[in-house]
Design a protein around this ligand. Structure first.
Ligand SMILES: Nc1nc2c(ncn2[C@@H]2O[C@H](COP(=O)(O)OP(=O)(O)OP(=O)(O)O)[C@@H](O)[C@H]2O)c(=O)[nH]1
Ligand SMILES: [Mg+2]
Length: 403
């Protein structure tokens, strides 16, 4: 407040200095309004790109001017060649809500489909601070050493508001982000979980077409987002931490039933014994739950994302899971079911939108809602009546279109 007072008093002495807006900070010189602030080095997501680790590389112009529009064929060709710049732009296209972009993204995805599906999709969840990002970095680096290419995506219901975890991941996944065999994309912003999930699913397909053969999807364990991630991955890993006697918290929330494996992280130093105790407790509890997948028993392990101990076990468990479920046909079955469920979810979303956007429904709905809320009309009858009105309008609209 003091600075605005100061500026006001400055205004009273005309001619002493050029006229400045009232909100200029004290440190702002006379050129304040036209000073160019240098940007933050890094890619679209604020993470350093492998080709931008030195200031010299960062200063180099990208091969394609970012303003130039790409055709669908150019996107497809670039992605299949593994061009990171085009991959980044393709994901931006997928994340866009603009109608023209959605259409172009769908044409692109259609062409990419034959090149997708050849990865192992792994979801990783756990309470905030469980060590998901640290673990993903350790696992990602380990997988790269094994000759894999790793894409890391995130679904973070809070990130669209705070962008908090992105800041954290920027520092935590630095070593992984620097590797050309990795690609890290934070959670897309964009409102409802359904919208974010659509974008993440499609981003996953684009990454597969670009040759990434392991996809890691991080989600913070705060409820619905776990179910969403479970519905798009082959293998779901729950990361727990020992302590506070709440090892069984996941059971209450139902998240343990979604897991194909549970890892107790931070099993290092003084925490090792507690982690082992938590492992045994959870292992016992799991015997009372029915496994979600035939011939697969969810087991509990310990690991340390910090020391790297047990990281190789994660990959061994995943490989075993893939081997067993593939031989039983369950792996493919799950993917087919997921694709169908996704289509139906989109269909439901679309139909709801058409219904709610119809001008007649928009006009009538508040009145009907009022009647239902006051107990004058039964909810079932009201819903039925609204659908009847909508259907009659559809027929009317159709005959008008035909004429
Ligand atoms: N001792 C120990 N600390 C760890 C380990 N893994 C992670 N941490 C620490 O735990 C803290 C949280 O780790 P993150 O990887 O950011 O946890 P996260 O689950 O991704 O957190 P959110 O993204 O905020 O939900 C950091 O300070 C890490 O250094 C581990 O294996 N051992
Ligand atoms: Mg994290």
């Amino acid at each position: 407040m003091t600075s605005s007072k100061k500026n006001k008093s400055k205004k009273k002495t005309p001619g002493a200095e050029p006229k400045r807006p009232e909100w200029t900070p004290d440190s702002g010189g006379p050129e304040f309004a036209s000073r160019v602030q240098p940007g933050v080095a890094g890619g679209h997501d604020g993470l350093p790109r492998p080709d931008q680790t030195t200031p010299k590389a960062a200063a180099q112009p990208s091969r394609k001017p970012s303003g130039k529009k790409l055709t669908v064929d150019e996107y497809v060709e670039g992605i299949l060649k593994g061009d990171r710049t085009i991959l980044g732009r393709a994901i931006t296209l997928v994340e866009s809500n603009a109608r023209a972009h959605v259409r172009q993204a769908q044409q692109m995805l259609k062409q990419l489909m034959p090149h997708t599906g050849r990865s192992i999709r792994i979801g990783i969840t756990g309470v905030p601070g469980a060590g998901k990002s640290t673990l993903i970095e350790a696992l990602g680096l380990y997988l790269i050493e094994q000759g894999h290419r790793v894409a890391v995506l995130a679904i973070d219901p809070s990130s669209s508001i705070t962008r908090g975890s992105i800041l954290g991941d920027k520092t935590r996944m630095e070593a992984l982000a620097r590797r050309p065999e990795s690609f890290i994309r934070p959670s897309p912003s964009g409102g409802a979980l359904g919208g974010v999930a659509r974008k993440t699913r499609e981003t996953m397909l684009v990454c597969e077409a670009a040759g990434f053969d392991v996809i890691l999807v991080e989600t913070v364990g705060v409820g619905q987002s776990e179910i969403t991630v479970r519905s798009m991955v082959d293998f779901f890993l729950l990361l727990q931490i020992a302590g506070g006697g709440d090892e069984l918290q996941g059971i209450k929330k139902g998240v343990i039933e979604l897991a194909d494996a549970i890892f107790i992280n931070k099993a290092d130093g003084a925490n090792k014994a507690a982690a082992e105790a938590a492992r045994q407790e959870l292992e016992t509890a799991l015997h009372y739950l029915t496994p979600t997948i035939r011939n697969w028993q969810t087991r509990v392990f310990t690991c340390s994302a910090l020391t790297g101990e047990g990281i190789d076990t994660i990959w061994k468990v995943v490989q075993k899971f893939v081997e067993i479920t593939r031989s039983l046909g369950v792996f493919e079955e799950q993917r087919q079911r997921q694709a169908l469920e996704w289509m139906h979810a989109l269909l439901n979303e679309h139909l709801q939108r058409i219904f709610h956007q119809h001008p007649d429904i928009q006009r009538i709905l508040p009145e009907v809602e009022f009647e239902v809320a006051r107990g004058k009309t039964p909810p079932t009858a009201a819903a039925e009546a609204l659908i009847q009105i909508f259907r009659s309008k559809l027929n009317f609209d159709k005959s008008r279109d035909d004429s």
